[in-house]
Design a protein around this ligand. Structure first.
Ligand SMILES: [Zn+2]
Length: 388
């Protein structure tokens, strides 16, 4: 249980919605029937600064989530690789400036680290707590197999030019502690790139599947930028990504931290979200309850959170399709649903597919219909639940 807001320390909050007994970790399990640890989503909004977080998060479960072969998303399609190129060039600014020395926090399979080396970076210091990935041997990457801590940065990286932290901050319960370390580590004039899900978009479009246990924090652009100014960073560029689902903030370390007090008019209105969660659940039950010949596409956190919400969907689903080689042959946590590679043959076994990998929905729908000739019903979830 989180007793106070990770950004401002205020312990008063407003309840947004609750879902009990969701799998703590979305990483697929290697054995069928293995018990997945579960926890509660108790989403609240801080009364003082407006930050949205899961008050039900249990920090003691963190090692359970990240140290056992945690396999988050790794780039597996052409479109994702192109997206990373665009993020480097535009959002992080490789098009405009050089970053000879980079620290990457949450480097997963070192794909982005290597991409930065191809774009002119000379050395990368990569932090990654999971032991699922091995470092490419020849690349000039210094690897720290641990969570980020500014005290672990070697002297040779004290003058780094850029720190990249993609999809990490939303997982951190002690936010103020993390922001303090980022502020302390950054030399004046150095850059910081932070990418997280865009909570304003989540609330606006009621993307219910974007609430899952691994995410403690849900940042709006205003709250995240404001919190960072208190640690001496100033926003250089704000970019929305994947149709608004994610956001990237490029910041520069300046002379002095600035105070920040949130403007109430910028804080998200979360009043209707509880009803939207129930509406999403009912929609899924209405379409899938009692059926047993359908598959879902996606074996990530969006799939796990949606399955936890709708009994009928969880019971009738034959298999999940995914291209991530770390996930194939395993099972979705909290279910006995196997994960398989998509193909023309396997799709003949089902008459409907629900696409839960919302970040890749356009490519997946195209592949289902054109590449694999799937003739059955295809349902999408982004920007809303519908047949496509
Ligand atoms: Zn707060």
């Amino acid at each position: 249980m989180i007793e106070a807001c990770g950004l401002c320390g205020c312990s008063e909050n407003q309840a947004v919605f609750e879902v009990n007994q969701v799998p703590v970790c979305a990483t697929p399990l290697s054995e069928k029937g293995k018990v997945a640890p579960k926890g509660n989503l108790n989403i609240v909004k801080c009364n003082q600064c407006g930050h949205i977080y899961n008050r039900g998060f249990d920090s003691q479960l963190i090692s359970l989530i990240y140290e056992n072969d945690f396999a988050g998303s790794i780039p597996t399609s052409k479109a994702t690789i192109q997206r990373l190129h665009d993020i480097l060039q535009d959002a992080i600014g490789f098009r405009d400036r050089h970053y000879p020395k980079v620290v990457e926090v949450g480097a997963s399979n070192f794909f982005l680290s290597q991409l930065m080396l191809e774009q002119g970076t000379k050395r990368v210091l990569a932090f990654e707590p999971s032991n699922a990935f091995s470092k490419p041997e020849t690349a000039p990457i210094d690897f720290i197999n641990d969570f980020f801590n500014d005290e672990l940065i070697p002297e040779t990286y004290a003058d780094y030019d850029l720190l990249v932290m993609r999809h990490v901050l939303e997982h951190i319960p002690d936010l103020e502690g993390m922001l303090t370390m980022l502020g302390r580590a950054a030399a004046k004039g150095s850059f910081l790139y932070i990418e997280v899900p865009n909570a304003s978009d989540i609330f606006e479009k009621s993307r219910i599947f974007d609430f899952f246990y691994e995410h403690v924090n849900y940042f709006t652009p205003e709250v995240l930028a404001g919190a960072l100014t208190r640690h001496g960073f100033q926003v250089e560029k704000f970019t929305t990504l994947v149709g608004g689902q994610h956001m990237g903030l490029l910041l520069k370390k300046c002379e002095q931290p600035k105070p920040w007090s949130p403007e109430k008019s910028h804080l998200p209105d979360v009043g209707r979200l509880g009803a939207e969660v129930e509406g999403y659940r009912q929609n899924l039950e209405r379409h899938f309850s009692g059926r047993n010949n359908f598959a879902i596409y996606g074996a990530g956190a969006h799939a796990v959170s949606t399955l936890a919400l709708a009994d009928g969907l969880r019971k009738g689903c034959r298999f999940s399709l995914d291209m991530n080689p770390y996930k194939l042959g395993k099972y979705l946590p909290g279910t006995d649903i196997p994960i398989k590679s998509p193909s023309r043959e396997i799709l003949k076994e089902v008459d409907a597919v629900l696409v839960l990998a919302s970040l890749h929905e356009p490519e997946i729908v195209r592949d289902l219909k054109n590449t694999w000739g799937f003739q059955g019903q295809v349902y999408g979830t982004h920007p809303n639940f519908r047949e496509v």
